[in-house]
Design a protein around this ligand. Sequence first.
Ligand code: ZN
Length: 382
Amino acid sequence: MPALPRIKQQLSTLIALPSISSTLDEYDLSNQAVIEQIANWCETLGFNVDIQCVDAKRKKFNLLATLGSGPGGLILSGHTDTVPCNEARWNSDPFTLTEKDNRLYGLGSCDMKGFFALALAAVSSVNKNQLKAPIFILATSDEETSMQGARALATLGLPKARAAVIGEPTGLKPIHMHKGIMMESVRITGQSGHSSNPDLGNNAMDAMHSVISELMNYRDELKNKHSHAGFSVPTPTLNLGCIHGGDNPNRICGQCELHFDLRFIPGMNMSTLRKGIEQRLEKVALLTKTQIERVSLFDGVEAFASEENSELVKLAEKLSGHGAEAVAFATEAPFFTAQNIDTIVMGAGSIDQAHQPDEYMALDQIDPMIGYLKKMIHHYCI
Ligand SMILES: [Zn+2]
């Protein structure tokens, strides 16, 4: 394992550079140091590097590194941010790579700073002069929160590669599908007043009752219309998550707000779903004479599905000996498939350890993953 000492050293460097992203300002950090470090290693390997500013105020950046030229090629992509961590619940320092029991512990070890070290190891074995199509390394910001990095890359235009591997921890199994996710809020404004006479106001909670009925009907409708046996929960789901409204039992409720999420399967999309929700809300607003507003709590992520039996899916299945599967978490993959890039999610480490104290990368997954990446590079670029 000649590459391993360097991989450990690189991973230790990346883990020592905190790059937490959070929707709460007090936890949110810049990812600049991680981006610059990866860019530096890429340059050493001969890549052209392009660091793109995603958010100047929050100091968030993406990296697009290119080795070789011409059409086609392969993208190796990952996110540079991690989730926040509770240091008290860790058995080692989350920002110090710690090797124990054939595992490399650290925040981001598998999700997913480790992938960059593996991708660089695979690339460094390639003879640059043999490249017939480019290898791209993409590193994004804010995947754990808004996916703003991937969104920015998609707007600027991703490289027109033939295929992309997103190295999220999947235990070395190829992933070809996940559900999309939306989180929405419904805000109802009625009119408060003394409860002794309902005519003195207009009850927002009464209107919310109708909204909830409509949403539950819509949920049934979606469930009856759409399903995919590849998912452990084969149908779309809509969860009523929290509700806030009113202030007193003897006061007509003037305002009420509901938050829900909707997880949908490939073939469905956010704009159609939002329209479906809005039509139902308009109906209730008219009947109840209230003001009803739908607000997205975040931009949402589309569902992801590779083409059935795509070239990359078949290659990854052959290399890994695993049939492609679906997962229950969202990734940046839909931004790649939207640009007709054949995409899978596949990487070392397990999602069970991601977002947990004592996150680790198992040492015995490192060599196989580098081997798969090398063969993919050969397939697409040499
Ligand atoms: Zn991740």
